[in-house]
Design a protein around this ligand. Sequence first.
Ligand code: ADP
Length: 453
Amino acid sequence: MIQKILIANRGEIALRIIRACRELGIKTLAVYSEADVQSLHVQLADEAICIGGPKSSDSYLRADRIISAAEIADVDAIHPGYGFLSENAKFAEQCESCNIKFIGPKSKSIRIMGDKAVAKETVRKAGVSTVPGSDGPIDNEAEAVKVARKIGYPVIIKAVAGGGGRGMRIAHNDVSFAKEFHVARNEAEKAFGNGAVYIEKYIEKPRHIEFQILADSHGKVLHLGERDCSVQRRHQKLIEESPSPFLTSDLRKKMGKAAIKAAEAAEYQNAGTIEFLVDAKGNFYFIEMNTRIQVEHPVTEEVTGIDLIKQQIHVANGEKLGFDQGDIKFEKHAIECRINAEDPARNFAPSPGTISLYYAPGGHGVRVDSHVYSGYTIPPYYDSMIGKLICYGSTRKVALQRSYRALSEYLIRGIKTTIPLHKAIMSDPVFIDGKATTAYMEDFMSRTPTDLF
Ligand code: ADP
């Protein structure tokens, strides 16, 4: 049984994992970089070990140092959170070979789903629809143009190793294709150390709808409903909600079944997410699987009442899931707003610095997951998310009103944040009507005066 967990992450997710461990009576070890001494996860863990300099490549990405820390502190398991080493099959393998449980899927599943082209092929063979595109990666330009023409413009060129909304380029004709193909390959090589790209039909104005999966090591695979993550900027999510205002119960059932099939095709265990694009007619296409806990997992937790981090630990312990598909009830509506240290009025420029005053909202149906506090200095080395506001209630209308109310109470002084942007979105008729597609943010920004933020 797991008695002590090393948390190979920082920020709000490290804190979230500490909280779950505390409630389960499990001891925690935080690892941190020199830039994170002040961070709450370091202060709240039972033990903490500094693993290196501020840059991720000197600390949170150093598998060797993390495993050494795990051995020194004699932990039974490592929770990787999201980002950093969470989808690194080699790291999962290293943990496995050091007899430390990796709280996530087996390295084999990470490998299958970590290469987007292999992932698509795997789920397609299992009968799940995928976006029409090239058969695997393409490196020859002449051949790539032929494929793009056959698929029909516009097309999207995507890095097989892509993630975090990076490594994607859209082409509308042969001329732009030739240029974007090279840019995409170079960018992918720089960002992921792997220049391989593949081509897909660019679906215009789709919705991004993903299904939360939980699978144990005894063959049970369940889904915990969907999250609509269509509000994105540069392919990065800003707002997530569940249930999706677009799905009918019929389509939800079909997509849930397809999501389970896709997870089974990778022999998946633990928590994961199957992502789909859905067009206006309700056709849905698998785009990728995230083989880890996601930023937006609290939305599902508040709708279903299931603690996903605790379930991840139970599964890693070899326990059976204690419920079946029919036991999962979707009784609430939840909306998450990502609070980023960015200035929406200045093209979302990063806004690191010291938070002079921090006051988080509370009250009925409000959850804030954040690691910051008054006097905290946001280091410039990591991503800009400093918190998540999750508001929930019996209906979408209540969740919307509550989100607006909570955002109005949320005070963060000393830096710029996305709070005023979220307030404007929560009062925007298009969003309120549930009409947002992935094209929403661009349209919203073009018709909204930035002095509102
Ligand atoms: P990442 O792993 O970087 O998050 P995804 O494959 O999950 O990349 O795609 C992120 C977002 O990019 C999607 O939510 C969607 O908005 C957009 N996108 C990806 N593929 C397509 C496509 N074929 N057509 C239209 N939009 C796409």
